[in-house]
Ligand binder design. Structure first.
Ligand SMILES: *Cc1c(COP(=O)(O)O)cnc(C)c1O
Length: 346
């Protein structure tokens, strides 16, 4: 019940409905084997894949949908690379209102598509990319009585600040640095708002450096200009013109952090390491923070003797196809003990 637990830090009024799917309160998993492999003193994983629809998007969506209902809306709309639509569809279902989700053709992980469909959203697949989908829904919400719940809706970022509060509450203060993927750049902006707000309220004594990572083929903030045809296996961050660009740059600069790019190869290596070394299976985009931390350590650009938190933004079962493709298809073995023992090499 995020809206209740962090009520004092959220734009709540007496009339805001207490919408919930028990989002938030996600585990901060210690990652000692991965920390040793990367060569840092301490690493925790904020496992946002354990939210109700499998990504951190639920934090912002519960707030945005609650505020939409408070304002009398009966319909919400969003553009999405998948997780925003899954979350919007779930909270709309929960609240008994309509959700319309606009996604780019062919670039949505199957699990996310299944969620939007099952939760009963109206699914509009457009022949275009995410950035075009976002332009479309912005115009629709200007012209028609439907509430936009992309992260240009300020309530989304407000809800997402709660992850920063949880990290501080669990650790008894902020970590030295926070590593996370950057796509539409709402999350890095929200974390920074949250850490600053918690420090101002005396709930933590420091703020972390914000270390954000885009995919090399979709790195507009790193290059300083929009990318017309963003490409990466990490579909959740396949975005060429982030909505929260300015806020993300401010978060980077005010925190003394950075926003850099990691290649798909680096992302996939970190993705496998998270699963194999720590038992945390995330979607590819979610591994960008760990991939970036590894790169910074290797290049001597960040301290080893520090406490890091990496945000693991979404669940691995969202996109199982890509996971299975990494491996050779297992050949069936005859179901007799001799064949099985032989296969095991024992
Ligand atoms: C949305 C999303 C991101 C990117 O977050 P932004 O706020 O768009 O920067 C990263 N990973 C996953 C799994 C996501 O769903």
């Amino acid at each position: 019940m995020l809206l209740e637990r962090y009520r004092a830090f959220l734009p709540m009024t007496e009339r805001t409905p207490m919408l919930t799917l028990n989002e938030g309160n996600t585990p901060l998993v210690a990652a000692p084997r991965l920390a040793a492999e990367l060569g840092v003193r301490e690493l925790f994983l904020k496992y946002e894949g354990l939210n109700p629809t499998g990504s951190f998007k639920d934090r912002g969506m519960v707030m945005a949908v609650a505020k939409a209902i408070e304002a009398g809306a009966s319909s919400i709309i969003c553009a999405s690379t998948g997780n925003t639509s899954a979350s919007a569809a779930a909270y709309a279902a929960r609240a008994g209102i309509e959700a319309i989700v606009v996604v780019p053709a062919g670039k949505i992980a199957l699990g996310k598509l299944a969620q939007a469909m099952m939760y009963g959203a109206r699914l509009l697949v457009i022949e275009g990319n995410f950035d075009q989908a976002l332009t479309t829904v912005c115009e629709l919400s200007d012209r028609f009585p439907v509430t936009l719940v992309n992260s240009v809706n300020p309530h989304r970022l407000e809800g997402q600040t709660t992850a920063a509060y949880e990290i501080c509450d669990t650790l008894g203060g902020a970590p030295d640095a926070l590593c996370l993927p950057v796509g539409n750049a709402g999350n890095i902006s929200a974390y920074w708002m949250g850490f600053k707000r918690y420090a101002d309220a005396g709930k933590s004594s420091t703020c972390p450096k914000m270390l954000g990572f885009q995919a090399a083929g979709a790195a507009p903030i790193v290059h300083g200009h929009p990318v017309e045809h963003p490409e990466t296996v990490a579909t959740a961050i396949r975005i060429g013109n982030p909505a929260s660009w300015k806020l993300a740059v401010a978060a980077r600069d005010e925190s003394g952090g950075l926003i850099d790019a990691v290649t798909d190869e680096q992302i996939i290596a970190a993705w496998r390491d998270l699963a194999r070394l720590e038992g945390v299976f995330c979607e590819p985009a979610s591994a960008a923070g760990v991939a970036g931390l590894r790169m910074l350590i290797e290049q001597g650009r960040t301290e080893r003797d520090a406490r890091y938190v990496a945000v693991i933004t979404g669940h691995g079962l969202k996109d199982p196809g890509l996971a299975v493709e990494q491996f050779a298809k297992p050949e069936p073995v005859a179901a007799d003990m001799a064949s099985i023992v032989k296969w095991l090499g024992w």
